[in-house]
Design a protein around this ligand. Structure first.
Ligand SMILES: [Zn+2]
Length: 195
């Protein structure tokens, strides 16, 4: 009888991060790799590619290190608080908008659903900016884009050409919009105006 070949892709572990999300550690053999292990995080999957014939105890130790690094980064990201958000908004205002924008509060919010941010205009709550806490784990340049977008609404409370021209002062605008489009596409969300 022929021996079954070992599976080439398998879930080696399941872990839970500081936010209660479950992550799969998916390991695969990659013949092109000689010695190094490569890994990246895609959504809730930690993809680890290893050369074939890595002894199990060695792989186990490598996974320990990868898991620790991922959990650490996620704990830091999930720990972002409103004070840090306010500092970031101030830095963005200074760096790209000549420090000319004013707002009342900027806070993380857990109830925005498919929206990423919002900014109020007029009335008693004028200038209250909320940023969805579901983006806390997104890349920094995307988070900064979402903040810049809401800040720019303080000057242009619409999506006019003048608004986009002003927001383009934030240099990663196009890249960040592409990232967000990709997320919405994979989630099957159709929202004309996510922020
Ligand atoms: Zn907007």
């Amino acid at each position: 009888m022929k021996r079954q070949p070992a599976p080439r892709v398998w879930i080696a572990r399941q872990i839970t991060d500081a936010g209660g999300h479950t992550l799969d550690v998916e390991v695969s053999h990659d013949r092109r790799l000689k010695r190094n292990v490569h890994w990246n995080v895609e959504g809730t999957v930690i993809r680890v590619r290893t050369p074939e014939h890595v002894p199990e105890p060695v792989l186990d130790r490598l996974l320990d290190g990868i898991v620790a690094a991922v959990l650490d980064a996620r704990a830091r990201a999930l720990g972002r608080n409103d004070a840090e958000l306010q500092r970031r908004a101030q830095a963005i205002n200074e760096a790209y908008f000549d420090g000319e924008l004013r707002w009342h509060t900027i806070r993380w919010a857990g109830n925005l659903h498919t929206r990423l941010g919002s900014c109020t205009h007029g009335g008693a709550t004028d200038g209250d900016i909320r940023i969805s806490d579901q983006i806390k784990l997104w890349p920094d340049y995307v988070i900064d884009y979402v903040i810049a977008h809401e800040l720019a609404h303080r000057k242009f409370p619409n999506h006019s050409p003048a608004f986009w021209a002003y927001l383009a002062r934030y240099p990663h605008t196009e890249r960040a919009r592409g990232f967000i489009d990709g997320i919405y596409f994979t989630r099957g969300w159709t929202v004309d105006d996510p922020l």
